[in-house]
Design a binder for this molecule. Sequence first.
Ligand SMILES: [Zn+2]
Length: 218
Amino acid sequence: MMALTHGAASVALVALATPILGDYAGPPLLLAALVGGLAPDVDLLADHRKSLHYPVGYSVFALGALGGLLATGAAPLALAAVAVGAAALHAWSDALAGSVEAEPWNPTTERAVYNHALGRWHRPRRYVRYSGAPEDGLLALAAAGVAIASPATGPTAEAGLWWLAAVAAGYALTRRRLAGLPGSVASLLPPRLVGALPSVRVDETDSGATTLSIRFRP
Ligand SMILES: [Zn+2]
């Protein structure tokens, strides 16, 4: 699942919960949901769905922060509970998605998300087959739409969500053709122009992500 889908889903949940959140509700809480929802996928740079994916650990911390919030009413604990809760939701929901590999639309492994408490990988349920699959794009758009339509989001949050939706849709529409896209574009341009432009390479990594490298010619 795209990090953007996780981020949008967390923002949508907090936006929907706003009527029961009282004084804690507001832009900082929406931002905490977005950051917590996105953050685990920073491990695309390390061991994806393992290094920063802690389904049990995040859940325990989120419940601890929630307990502290109920006991003390301290606003920073609301931010912590939402951010870590969003990360926990992200980690658990990755088990409903596809596996971690270079071409997840041709799955060969059974690794969805690592459970550090059990010391093993959860198997992928593949309800969302891979990051950027059509169903993933639709989920991201639906979550962003719910958040935008909610009275909890103001103009700034809504503008950010429109951007998120646009990037998610663009990625989902081109996901399986991304690696060949620079070559296709180059073949349409005059060779002299191509020679003057920076070289662009798109690679699918073993972790199921897409990397973009741009090299400027001397
Ligand atoms: Zn993830």
